[in-house]
Design a protein around this ligand. Structure first.
Ligand SMILES: [Zn+2]
Length: 284
């Protein structure tokens, strides 16, 4: 009796999912846009940024992945050091996209800077990144995901658009959720939340795919030791959720990466987009 009911239920579910797929055009396949915040690391030995770059270039999932690095150009133990500057040049030479995070000695909340501090910090950061890239940066990820009308206007004045994220590895601030099981369930939960919007065609489509922004921290040695694990997890959860990925599931070319990232930036007058995890709650 129970078995028959179970079979009937499964058949019903199969029909429902089949019909859901048949109704309307299939949404564009997803493509993971990897981003790394807070770097580069200035460490002399076991440099985590170096390790991230090595694994993005050579791994068993998709060699030659290109990512966005949201740089802290003057971080006292990172971008402000000789080792950090050298890594910024390496990121540029290897085809990654360098964009702005901070230009202060520490991870400052830009909403707390005075008008003068804000102005000079943005001027410095844009100049430093321009020197490495050859062109000015156009994207900013606000530290702590925190921005307001004043900082948004200052960013715009310096040609910077705000990029938030779809998925967050939570590897920057929240410690203790780093076991493999949590890494998987964390990504699965966040992608599940996004899935209905993807199915409804609400997410931007660029060059035939739906970019899904994922955030890590390259100064975190745990992250740098597990980049390949994360790559596999992202493909696994996409499969589990029946979300087909693009033929090359991770971005592999700077131009395409930049077009996709730009399409995902916060639009003028847009209501504050939803952030994964605790951030939405924190800034409300
Ligand atoms: Zn940060």
């Amino acid at each position: 009796m129970f078995r028959r009911a179970l079979i009937a239920l499964l058949a019903c579910l199969a029909t429902a999912s089949c019909c859901a797929q048949e109704s309307g055009a299939a949404p564009a396949p997803i493509r993971f846009l990897l981003s790394f915040d807070d770097g580069p690391s200035g460490d002399r030995v076991n440099n985590s940024t170096e390790q991230v770059l090595d694994v993005l270039a050579h791994n068993g999932v998709q060699p030659g992945i290109k990512a966005i690095f949201f740089i802290q150009t003057n971080a006292a133990r990172g971008g402000g050091t000789e080792i950090g500057k050298k890594l910024m040049r390496r990121e540029q030479e290897e085809g990654h996209l360098l964009e702005f995070h901070t230009a202060t000695p520490h991870h400052s909340d830009y909403c707390n800077l005075s008008d003068e501090e804000l102005e000079s910090s943005l001027r410095d950061g844009v100049a430093e990144l321009t020197a490495v890239k050859g062109v000015p940066p156009t994207i900013v990820r606000p530290p702590f995901w925190h921005y307001d009308a004043r900082t948004l206007a200052a960013y715009r004045k310096h040609g910077l658009r705000v990029l938030l994220t779809d998925l967050n590895a939570n590897d920057g601030k929240i410690w203790g959720v780093n076991f493999s099981f949590h890494k998987h369930s964390n990504m699965l939960n966040q992608l599940t939340d996004l899935r209905s919007r993807w199915q409804a065609g609400e997410l931007p489509v660029v060059d035939g795919s739906t970019p899904i922004v994922v955030t890590f921290h390259d100064v975190n040695t745990y992250t740098s030791n597990h980049v390949e694990v994360y790559l596999k997890i992202l493909l696994d959860v996409a499969k589990e959720l029946n979300m087909p990925t693009a033929p090359t599931p991770f971005y592999d070319e700077r131009g395409a990466l930049e077009r996709a990232a730009t399409a995902k930036t916060v639009k003028e007058g847009e209501v504050r987009p939803r952030l994964p995890g605790i951030w939405n709650w924190l800034w409300q």
